[in-house]
Design a protein around this ligand. Sequence first.
Ligand code: HH2
Length: 284
Amino acid sequence: MISRCLEGGGRTLTLERTRVMGVLNLTPDSFSDGGRFGGDGGIDTGRVRAEAEAMLAAGADILDLGGESTRPGAATVDVAEELARVIPILESLRDLDTMISVDTRKPDVARAALAAGCHLINDVCGLRDPDMLEAVAESDAAVCVMHMQGEPGSMQSNPSYVDVVAEVRGFLEQRYAAARAAGIRKDRICLDPGFGFGKTLAHNLALLKALPALRTDGRPILVGLSRKRMIGDLTGAAVDARMPGSIVAAVIAATRGADIVRVHDVAETVQALSVLEAVGVDET
Ligand code: HH2
């Protein structure tokens, strides 16, 4: 694997092996783990902290906090609600020795999260909102620029591409160029094809096969396949029974050059990736 790193908010993640981003969804309605830290009565900070510590002990390198579900058809969340879900948790985890990411597509949430000390903004809209681009550019945080066709509310109704790999690659190149032009240093940027975001099973499989072709200016590739519908479509497994397929998907992504995998099942994925690492992966 080409040696590269991701820098943000004073933290550096070296990428000589595939790194693991653990998902901490602070939502009542995320597709696989919604409501696990409490629902309408508020989020249980102690339970999130315990899970965060367990993920780090299991080998997570990044923790990704999300206050809005982006599953297909999800309801939008207003800024105040998303802030109430994310910021107190972020503040309670800030002392942990890790990179903390906030998964948001709202510039106001990103600004508050940056002020509260997050190290990475994970934007499923790929910095298309000029205000989001500015919010990240004004900071020294890392950013994940993800591809999505359409909006979460309707993205799975009829995804269509002439050439999915070329179009996703073109989008990532264009948003990468916009980020660079806004003054975001190269070392702060990673890119993500956005599995399941406005894509059919055939589109997702084509992108996974072609992952090395999506590499843009040598920057890291982040991949999120964990528990997604794609795994269900291939295996028939219900959402709470997709761990084996998700682990294999993470390993396949790693063999094709994924630098970071975004997963719900950290310990199991780390174990699988350590077997892969012992064997080694050819340069991509
Ligand atoms: N997938 C989800 C959310 N955020 N961010 C990146 N960079 N890449 C992804 O593939 C990705 C993401 C969807 O998964 P999840 O957070 O588990 O569900 P929900 O959106 O329902 O909260």
